[in-house]
Each structure stands twice: as structure tokens, then as C-alpha cells.
Ligand binder design. Structure first.
Ligand SMILES: Nc1ncnc2c1ncn2[C@@H]1O[C@H](COP(=O)(O)OP(=O)(O)O)[C@@H](O)[C@H]1O
Ligand SMILES: [Mg+2]
Length: 290
């Protein structure tokens, strides 16, 4: 399903086959900062091919900031982030565009263009990054919308559909270029639990059908337990990652009280309070929204 050309693939293979095959993303000694505010220090982890990797932590711990670093929107204060062994910061403009093309991003707010139909929204990345003619683009658009259960909604505007459908339309747009890595910031925010659970099913389906590597920022425990292969915990007090593992292992054998508290809110998910989510963190970058 990937559309990157064979030449680029070969070049990466020659470079470092093992690294390229198993770690599409590697984070090394990353410190993240906004001016004097140190958000997190000394983050070290890899995301494996085909896994669903969740970045979790309390509100304000730096989840969205980490996502911004992973997609090249923010530069590390220290350390580096390698995408298939290549440092985004050191890449030239052409190489950066190549890296970006292989990523799909779903922002917290969905961020569809409100003045465009669903079909026009999904067509945008295809128009920008491919040489496909209008007819081929229309075919891909219909296919992508059908994959997320929105067949027949091509001509609808975002305001005419529900919040869950908007998320799915945004997902269709994020997958338009058959990304190797798909990033989500709080996919379930603003959705009721049943709609959120259906979106989780869709995320699992995309990974299982296409082998897409998926990185999700989330503090929604029901979703974390449902989809995560591995999860990383950002500890706001320690200002670094303090846990990494399967959600089950982090719940059953938490390395700290903070992790225990975070992971055992799961028992509250069934209760009414458990369904309430903390208020959303600061506004996300909305570079793809009018
Ligand atoms: N653009 C920004 N400028 C300055 N500080 C920011 C900015 N964005 C986020 N922060 C701060 O960085 C910290 C981490 O924020 P964020 O990554 O949004 O956390 P999370 O997504 O885990 O809720 C918070 O203290 C937040 O106030
Ligand atoms: Mg956030």
C-alpha cells in the first residue's frame, strides 16, 4: 500500500537494513523545551514497525509537544529524532518533504477545511504530493472515504456530519498518501465512548490491513487498553519518561506510584466519573485548518 518509490526504499536498505526495518522512529536523548520551560528531558525510545505505540501521561505532561517533535514541527532542545535512521533536522528540504510524505497526521481537533467537501479535503494531499490526474484522485478519494465508512458522503461539508464522522473523514485524509506512520493526537477527545470505541476499531483495522505503524497520544485508558501494543508514560513531576511496556504490564507491575495511579483509573472507566475526560490541553497547531 505504500507509495514511496522503490529507489528510496533501496537507498534506505543499503544504509542500515536492520534499523530501517525495525525502528521507523528512534528518539535519542531528547529534551523538549519552550524557551526556559523544560517540558521533558532525556527521552529515549524506539517505535517498531507495525505496532500501535501510545504516548500517555497527565494533562500538561508534554504528550502533544512530543508529537510535534516526532512530526518535525518542533526541533529538539537537545538530542535527536531519527525517522528511518534519518535526522529530520539535518535533512535538506527535498529529503524533509520525502519524510513528511510518508507520515499521516490526525490532529486533536480533526482540522478539516470547513469550506471544502469531504472529497475535496481528502484530495488535498493527493493534489499536493502526487502527479495523479483528477479522475485517479477521485477514485482514491472514494476508496479512502469508503474505508472509513463514509462512502456516499463525498459531497458533504464537515459541518453537515457528526463529530465521529469528521474524525473518520480526517482519518481518510491522513491516510490518503498511504503513510507508513500514522500519528494521532487524542483521537477520542470530544467523542462519546461508543463512537470513540468505533474509531479505535478503525485504527486497529488500518494497522492490521496495511501494516501501518501508528503513534497515538492519549490519556483515555479504555482506548489505551484496547489498541496499544506498547505505551510510554511521561511523568510530569520527574520531567522524563518513567515507564514503557504493555498497558497490562504497566497496570499489573507499575514502576512508580504515578504510573499506578494513571493506569488504575481503568477501573473507574466503567463508572460515570470515569467517562469524564480532563479538559483539553492547550490548542494544537492548526496548520492545516483555515
Ligand atoms: N506553544 C507553547 N508555548 C509555551 N508553552 C507551551 C506551549 N505548548 C505547550 N506548552 C506547555 O508545555 C507543557 C506540555 O504541554 P502539552 O505538550 O500540550 O501537554 P499534553 O499534551 O500532555 O497535555 C505544558 O506545561 C504547556 O503549558
Ligand atoms: Mg495534548
Amino acid at each position: 500500500m505504500h507509495t514511496i518509490d522503490a529507489g528510496a526504499r533501496e537507498a534506505r536498505k543499503e544504509g542500515d537494513p536492520v534499523e530501517a526495518a525495525s525502528h521507523p522512529i528512534a528518539v535519542r536523548g531528547l529534551t523538549m523545551r519552550y524557551g526556559p520551560l523544560v517540558v521533558m528531558e532525556d527521552l529515549n525510545f524506539e517505535v517498531h514497525t507495525g505496532e500501535i505505540f501510545v504516548i500517555m501521561g497527565g494533562s500538561g505532561s508534554g504528550k502533544s509537544t512530543l508529537l510535534k517533535h516526532l512530526i518535525g514541527l518542533k526541533a529538539p532542545a537537545e538530542g535527536s529524532i531519527l525517522f528511518d535512521g534519518e535526522d529530520f533536522l539535518e535533512a535538506d528540504a527535498e529529503a524533509r518533504k520525502g519524510i513528511l510524505r510518508r507520515m499521516g497526521v490526525l490532529y486533536q481537533n480533526g482540522a478539516l477545511w470547513s469550506g471544502l467537501t469531504l472529497a475535496e479535503n481528502v484530495a488535498l494531499p493527493l493534489e499536493e504530493y502526487t502527479e495523479l490526474d483528477a479522475r485517479s484522485i477521485a477514485e482514491v478519494v472514494s476508496l479512502k472515504l469508503a474505508l472509513v465508512g463514509l462512502k456516499g458522503f463525498e459531497a458533504f461539508y464537515p459541518s453537515e456530519i457528526s463529530g465521529g464522522m469528521r474524525k473518520r473523514a480526517a482519518l481518510a485524509r491522513a491516510t490518503a498518501l498511504d503513510p507508513e506512520v500514522l500519528f494521532f493526537d487524542e483521537p477520542s477527545s470530544g467523542l462519546d465512548p461508543i463512537t470513540a470505541s468505533r474509531l479505535d476499531d478503525l485504527i486497529l483495522q488500518i494497522r492490521d490491513s496495511f501494516g501501518t505503524t501508528i503513534v497515538i497520544v492519549s490519556h483515555d485508558l479504555a482506548s489505551i487498553f484496547k489498541v496499544a501494543d506498547r505505551a510510554l508514560f511521561l511523568d510530569i513531576k520527574e520531567k522524563t519518561m518513567t515507564a514503557m511496556g504493555t498497558p497490562q504490564s504497566l497496570r499489573d507491575d507499575p514502576p512508580s506510584d504515578e504510573v499506578r495511579q494513571f493506569m488504575t483509573r481503568s477501573s473507574a472507566v466503567q463508572s460515570p466519573e470515569g467517562l469524564q475526560r480532563p479538559p483539553d490541553a492547550p490548542a494544537q497547531p492548526r496548520r492545516d485548518e483555515p
